[in-house]
Write a protein that binds this ligand. Structure first.
Ligand code: AHR
Length: 662
């Protein structure tokens, strides 16, 4: 053979193999005849906490901060001009007593009014409409009084305006819909008092009319839609440390979050000062997105709600010595709160709390099935408080499944102690939290392979891969390591019944904690690569686990050769779904044999999706939100063997249809 001939043959070989060297085949066996444990409908879900301005200033579509003037600094968020007084006598709302009195300035060239700065500005969209509402009354006199409501942009120009007449001497709610003539990210709301007398005003509110599902007191449409698009099976709320509070006064008290929004009292948001280096003195909870709105959103998304109640412990990090916890002997009212919450969700409309739910617009039960008691608790303080909750809930609502805590660590003495206690107390699920580096996630893909199958199930309630080398950005490395780890959740779905990434949301100008799954400003939002990983799992969760192993040694695929894999069967679509994560920086040819199939079974590739990037530091931003998104990829099937080239640093989902040919 001459030299040219050798070169030609080498070239043909290169083209055929796609590589300078013959590629090794990575061979897996998928046992199709053994349909394994059911995957719970709750397997992949969401965890919402009002951190990073996730609720007020975020998902809750209210655009006015301190709308009822009841922050401790009653005019925080407001600029006033002319004659403006804060009053509280004869307020229409006993739990939010402050209101304002605006009076004519006494000079035609001077003005009286107020201006609200929103949550780091107010977002207005050109041609969108906004529902302004205010509780008001005229004071001293019969003449109707007027205000002019204006949308102001960052250049101090008016981009929307409308007049409102206050015609009653009794407190009354007034409403009008105002269009915005321009787009502005950091706008303000100005209210001019334009008459000669005086008026009192309270609960000044502004919502886009186009909220999620068009609801008043509704949710920001793009953010709520992003949640629904995940197809979550479980929805944990309201926290997180928010449940505990810095002290018990600031815990999330669900009873304050229901009923008329105007009368839900302000709560100090503990994230306003939890991190002194990211201090937000204007961070309070209006409870406008309260338990009713939460149950409604769960229902809209088809997710099972998992409310978490305070167990009588304030944040244990912030209260060493425990002086501010409720003594065990005095826990009854906390236990009652949990029972009442179940009644609020499920109780008949003849019950006290069921009636409130019906009065709020939902006579049907929310069909609550789960409740969490306590967040990241530890020490004997926790089980001794959890016990009375379990007894009372089991006695009154035996069908409700109870989630207990394993504390803030993913392992160690405290973790082991709490797991033993959760078994003793017969909790149904145990909530585990892990905020760890990418290496931990990669090393822990087999975490649940040898877990005790006889005790409570696992709820991976808070987790995220923290790449400290890049300031904990939501980079591709973090997402890929989570995808690899999640093959282990899926493989062990007989014992892992739920998992939720944390935290969910962050305002780019108001965050305390990162990474977070979805970032937003006042107009836009961005889904992180971590979001897409969650979505790919949730949308391809299947109905049963199937056994996927290395062909050679029948071991689970948990990182050998930088490959991680799991598989499920979906009996609603007659398909197998295989997930393969390749964390190496080279493409790998994977061959998956679907073994054990009946002779009349035919397999075909239905869909192949991957999320991939060669730059582990790559991120999405609000300006480049589609830098990393799921893409189509390919695989071929011949008989019962699927062949796929997994790209370097990729998470792949292969959907294989199985049809019977006779
Ligand atoms: O997700 C942020 C915080 O992390 C949660 O509030 C808490 O449970 C955990 O420590």
């Amino acid at each position: 053979m001459n030299k040219n001939c050798v070169k030609l043959l080498s070239l043909i070989f290169l083209i055929a193999t796609g590589s300078a060297y013959a590629q090794k085949n990575y061979e897996f066996n998928l046992d199709v005849k053994k349909i394994g444990a059911p995957i719970q409908s709750t397997m992949y879900g969401l965890f919402f906490e009002d951190i990073n301005f996730a609720a007020d200033g975020g998902l809750y579509a209210e655009l006015i901060k301190n709308r009822s003037f009841d922050f401790p600094q009653s005019l925080m968020g407001w600029y006033t001009f002319g004659k403006v007084e804060v009053k509280k006598d004869n307020s229409p709302f006993d739990r939010n007593p402050n209101y304002l009195v605006l009076s004519a300035s006494g000079h035609t060239h001077k003005h009286t009014g107020i201006e609200n700065e929103g949550f780091r500005g107010i977002g207005f969209k050109k041609d969108a409409t906004y529902r302004f509402s205010v509780w008001a009354k005229k004071i001293n006199g019969n003449e109707d009084q007027k205000i002019r409501v204006e949308f102001i942009n960052s250049k101090n120009n008016i981009i929307g305006s409308q007049e409102l007449t206050i015609n009653s001497s009794d407190w009354k709610k007034y409403e009008m819909v105002i269009p915005a003539k321009d787009t502005e990210e950091k706008g303000r709301l100005r209210v001019f008092f334009t008459s000669k007398g005086s008026i009192a005003i309270d609960h000044v509110s502004l919502f886009p009319t186009d909220t999620y599902k068009g609801r008043q007191n509704g949710l920001r449409k793009d953010l709520a839609q992003a949640l629904a698009d995940i197809h979550p099976g479980i929805f944990r709320f309201p926290g997180g440390c928010i449940v505990e509070g810095t002290d018990l006064d600031t815990r999330y008290d669900w009873k304050k979050s229901v009923g008329a929004v105007e009368n839900r009292p302000i709560n100090e948001n503990r994230w306003h000062y939890t991190f002194a280096h990211r201090f937000y003195p204007d961070y309070y909870q209006s409870y406008g997105l309260g338990f009713y709105e939460y149950f409604l959103l769960s229902e809209d998304m088809g997710a099972e709600p998992l409310p978490v109640v305070n167990c009588g412990l304030a944040c244990q990090y912030q209260n060493e010595g425990g002086h501010c916890h409720v003594p065990v002997g005095e826990i009854d009212s906390y236990v009652q709160d949990a029972l009442d919450l179940i009644e609020f969700a499920n109780g008949p409309i003849t019950s006290t709390w069921g009636k409130l739910r019906a009065d709020m617009g939902h006579p049907e039960s929310f069909n609550l099935k789960f409740i969490g008691v306590g967040n990241e608790q530890w020490g004997k303080e926790y089980p001794e408080r959890l016990e009375p909750f379990i007894k009372a809930i089991r006695a009154k609502y035996p069908e409700i499944k109870i989630v207990g805590s394993s504390g803030p660590s993913a392992d160690g003495k405290e973790f082991d102690y709490l797991w033993t206690e959760m078994k003793r107390l017969k909790a149904d699920l145990v909530d585990e939290h892990y905020y760890k580096g990418p290496d931990w996630f990669l090393a822990n893909a087999a975490r649940y392979d040898n877990y005790d199958r006889k005790g409570p199930a696992v709820f991976a309630g808070e987790y995220a891969s923290h790449d400290h080398s890049t300031g904990k950005q939501n980079n591709f490395l973090s997402a890929l390591s989570e995808a690899a780890f999640m093959t282990g959740l899926e493989r062990n779905a007989d014992i892992v019944h739920m998992c939720t990434y944390a935290p969910l949301f962050a305002h780019v100008d108001g965050w305390q904690w990162n990474p977070d799954m979805i970032w937003f400003d006042n107009l836009r939002m961005m889904k992180t690569p971590n979001y897409y990983v969650q979505q790919l799992y949730a949308q391809n969760k299947g109905t049963n686990v199937v056994n996927l192993t290395w062909m050679a040694d029948k071991k689970a695929v948990t990182g050998q050769d930088n490959l991680y894999a799991s598989a499920v069967y979906d009996n609603t679509q007659s398909c197998y779904i295989v997930k393969v994560v390749n964390t190496s920086n080279e493409a790998k040819d994977v061959k998956i044999t679907l073994s054990g199939a009946k002779k009349n079974m035919a397999f075909s590739v239905e869909d192949c999706i991957m999320i991939q990037n060669t730059d582990m530091k790559a991120i999405n931003t609000l300006d480049t939100p589609f830098n990393i998104t799921p893409q189509k990829t390919t695989a071929a099937i011949s008989g019962n063997i699927l062949s796929a080239k997994t790209q370097p640093q990729s998470f792949n989902v292969y959907k294989i249809k199985s049809d019977s040919t006779k």
